[in-house]
Write a protein that binds this ligand. Structure first.
Ligand SMILES: [Zn+2]
Length: 201
C-alpha cells in the first residue's frame, strides 16, 4: 500500500486585515488572513512543495470569503502576507533523497566498470566473465589459466534468460573443455558489450 498525500499547513502566519468588512456578517475589522505552505508527502517524507497558500476567515462569523468577494484592499493584504511566507527547504527532502540515491548509483556503477576494466587488463585464473549471448540469453565463462597473450577458459554449460545470472555460476556447471581466447578477443568482446561484468572471488 502506498501512503501519500498532502501535508497540513506549515510556516503558518496570520494577520488582521485592516479597513475591510466581512462580506457575510458585514462586521468591520473582523477579517483575518492566513498564509502557509504545503508539501506533498510519500510515506510521510516531504517530497515536493505545493507552494504557498492563503485563506481569509472572519473571526466573528467564521465565514471564509473567496478572493472575488474581497475588496481590493483586503485582497492586497492577504496577497502580501502570502508573498512574505518562505517555503522551507525541507519540503524538498524527498527530491533531495532521490538525487542522492541516483548519485550513489552512478558512482557505484562507475566504480564497478572501473573494476571490470582493471580485471580485463589483468586477468587471473578463477575470474568469472558474465556474457551476453543475445538480448535474453546470458551465460558465464571461467578463466582456467592465463599466459602472456592468451587465456584458457571453460564455458558454462548453462544459460539464463536473466542478466542477474543467479545460481548459474556453480563449479559443476562448467564444461571441462578448454578454449583458448586471445586477450585482444576479450577486449573486443568487452567493447561490444558481450562481456558485461567480471567477478573475482
Ligand atoms: Zn463575518
Amino acid at each position: 500500500m502506498l501512503f501519500y498525500g498532502t501535508s497540513k499547513g506549515h510556516s503558518l502566519t496570520s494577520k488582521k486585515i485592516s479597513n475591510a468588512k466581512c462580506p457575510s456578517c458585514q462586521k468591520h475589522e473582523s477579517l483575518e488572513t492566513v498564509a502557509f505552505t504545503q508539501y506533498a508527502h510519500l510515506y510521510w517524507i516531504p517530497f515536493f512543495t505545493l507552494g504557498k497558500k492563503k485563506a481569509v476567515v472572519c473571526e466573528s462569523c467564521g465565514y471564509e470569503p473567496k478572493d472575488k468577494e474581497l475588496s481590493s484592499i483586503a485582497k492586497e493584504q492577504a496577497d502580501r502576507l502570502k508573498a512574505d511566507v518562505n517555503i522551507p527547504i525541507w519540503h524538498f527532502a524527498g527530491v533531495a533523497l532521490i538525487a542522492i540515491v541516483a548519485l550513489i548509483g552512478i558512482i557505484s556503477s562507475n566504480q564497478n566498470s572501473k573494476m571490470v576494466k582493471e580485471y580485463l587488463a589483468n586477468p587471473a585464473s578463477g575470474d568469472i566473465y558474465q556474457l551476453k549471448l543475445d538480448s535474453d540469453r546470458f551465460t558465464t565463462l571461467r578463466i582456467f589459466m592465463v599466459t602472456d597473450d592468451s587465456l584458457y577458459v571453460n564455458f558454462n554449460d548453462y544459460e539464463s534468460n536473466l542478466q542477474a545470472l543467479n545460481d548459474l555460476d556453480e563449479s559443476d556447471r562448467y564444461s571441462e573443455d578448454i578454449y583458448t581466447l586471445h586477450r585482444k578477443e576479450l577486449e573486443t568482446m568487452y567493447e561490444r558489450g558481450e562481456i558485461y561484468n567480471i567477478n573475482r572471488y
